[in-house]
Design a protein around this ligand. Structure first.
Ligand code: GAP
Length: 456
């Protein structure tokens, strides 16, 4: 299978306003990224599609928007305060820092997993295979040391009396700590789920590959609280749903694969990821984890609040099991961009770059293009009507061919062209992105025509 070229996708993202380097005018700030006008629309549409599928259309699923800064005890209960770290190695020649597990996985092109290896086993593997520094090419490593991944900040106004607080490294703790609130206020019955979309922060040692791994990112996470007896059915069901969601967003099935974890955390009963064939090879896109009663039990222990659920029919009291489905929003943006990017050779031999985005994800649903500038008044009237329904773009500069190409590159599914006939009979040409077919429509038919074709 041919891999997409990440450099070309990054360049298009910058040129067309999907994603820019963070703080660029100051020389950037490593591994932070800013979403531009079309990027923010794409990302919002991805979040909307996820929320629609997993909250709006999912019975017994409730949303939450929890605070980023949480009581520090939360991170003691979750284990992050004690153990959220990665194995790092420094290159003594060029001073660059790497994750030992990534060095092994990259060197073996993903064939060897370091997931289940101890630090000693990783050091031995790196020594035996003479894995060199990817930056300077030398073989001159420090031993492995653990590197803390949580960002710290402090709360308090009096110097010397500040408390350390953490930027959350995952959103799901906000779901666990609201288990009782949501169960009570929504009168939720097990099995039910709590979903959240929000920012997470990790002081990653080796961020990179554009927006694949960053230090600040958004997660879309969902915890299903269920009985132990049905927990594996719930787990299998989320595997199916997670897979179907990606297929419905136009992912090709042979670009996706399930990967069962080689080593389970001591409390986990099952864990798998969906891998996507990114330009740098197969890599994790999302995870589905059977976390047993671990999370609620830990919060029960650390908060002193009972996390037991009382079955209204049997009166049975129990701490529910948790099935977690988690996907990085920015990582999904990257996967969507990679999946959609295409270079097509046209009949006249020219190449067109086109983003075959699912229309529901496209930043603009329609671009309004007057054939000539003296048609702009009519075109702006049509734009005003369409803007009440959709995110629209408007472009009157340059040849119509170039304007179509620009819309193809940002994945706009429809272009409406206003010409002199429009003034006579109130019809426009509507051009579809993928087929490049054009039809003629009455202006009052445009909204329903587009609406029927952008549903998710
Ligand atoms: N609550 C479980 C959890 O956070 P995870 O596997 O660490 O599990 C879930 O993260 C998802 O979040 C990943 O599958 C990935 O899509 C995304 N993710 C994790 N770290 C990331 C990072 N540094 N940058 C971008 N996305 C990240």
């Amino acid at each position: 299978m041919e891999l997409k070229n990440l450099d070309k996708i990054v360049a298009l993202c910058k040129n067309r306003g999907f994603v820019f380097s963070g703080s660029e005018i100051y020389g950037g700030f490593a591994n932070t990224w800013d979403y531009g006008p079309v990027g923010v629309e794409l990302k919002n549409n991805i979040k909307k599609a996820w929320w629609k599928r997993f909250v709006q259309e999912s019975p017994n699923t409730y949303g939450v928007d929890a605070a980023i800064l949480m009581n520090p005890r939360v991170w003691e209960a979750s284990g992050h305060a004690q153990g959220f770290s990665d194995p790092k190695m420094d290159c003594k020649s060029c001073k660059q820092r790497f994750r030992a597990d990534n060095l092994i996985e990259d060197h073996s092109h993903g064939k060897v997993s370091a997931e289940a290896m101890t630090n000693e086993e990783m050091e031995t593997y790196i020594a035996e295979n003479k894995i060199k520094c990817p930056h300077c090419g030398n073989f001159n490593w420090t031993p492995i040391r653990q590197f803390k991944l949580m960002f710290e900040t402090s709360r308090g106004t009096v110097d010397g009396e500040k408390d350390t607080v953490y930027l959350r490294p995952e959103t799901c703790q906000g779901e666990y700590v609201n288990f009782l609130n949501i169960q009570r206020s929504a009168r939720a019955k097990v099995p039910f789920a709590i979903a959240q979309i929000g920012k997470s922060f990790r002081n990653e040692i080796t961020p990179g590959n554009f927006i694949f791994r960053t230090i600040e990112f958004e997660q879309m996470e969902l915890q299903n609280f269920c009985k132990e007896a049905t927990s594996f059915d719930v787990y299998e069901d989320y595997k199916k749903q997670a897979h179907q969601f990606l297929l419905d967003l136009n992912f090709k099935d042979d670009h996706l694969k399930f990967h069962d974890h080689d080593k389970l955390a001591f409390y986990a009963k099952a864990a798998c990821d969906i891998f996507y064939l990114f330009p740098m090879g197969w890599s994790e896109l999302n995870g589905i984890h059977h976390r047993s009663t671990h999370d609620l039990s830990r919060h029960q222990e650390f908060s002193g609040k009972s996390m037991q659920y009382v079955d209204p029919v049997t009166n049975e009291k129990f701490v529910p099991n948790v099935i977690e489905y988690s996907i990085g929003c920015d990582r999904l943006v990257l996967a969507v961009l990679c999946e959609a990017y295409d270079e097509e050779t046209l009949e006249n031999g020219e190449t067109r770059v086109v983003m075959h985005l699912h229309p529901a994800l496209s930043p603009y649903k329609v671009a309004v293009l007057p054939l000539q500038k003296n048609l702009s008044e009519k075109a702006k009237g049509i734009l005003k009507t369409l803007s009440k329904e959709f995110m629209c773009d408007y472009d009157e500069a340059g040849s119509i061919g170039k304007r179509y190409r620009r819309q193809d590159e940002i994945g706009t599914p429809f272009c409406v062209t206003i010409d002199f006939d429009t003034l006579e009979d109130d019809t426009v040409t509507i051009r579809e992105r993928d087929s490049m077919q054009q039809i003629r429509l009455k202006t009052n038919e445009i909204v329903s025509y587009i609406n029927e074709r952008i549903k998710f």
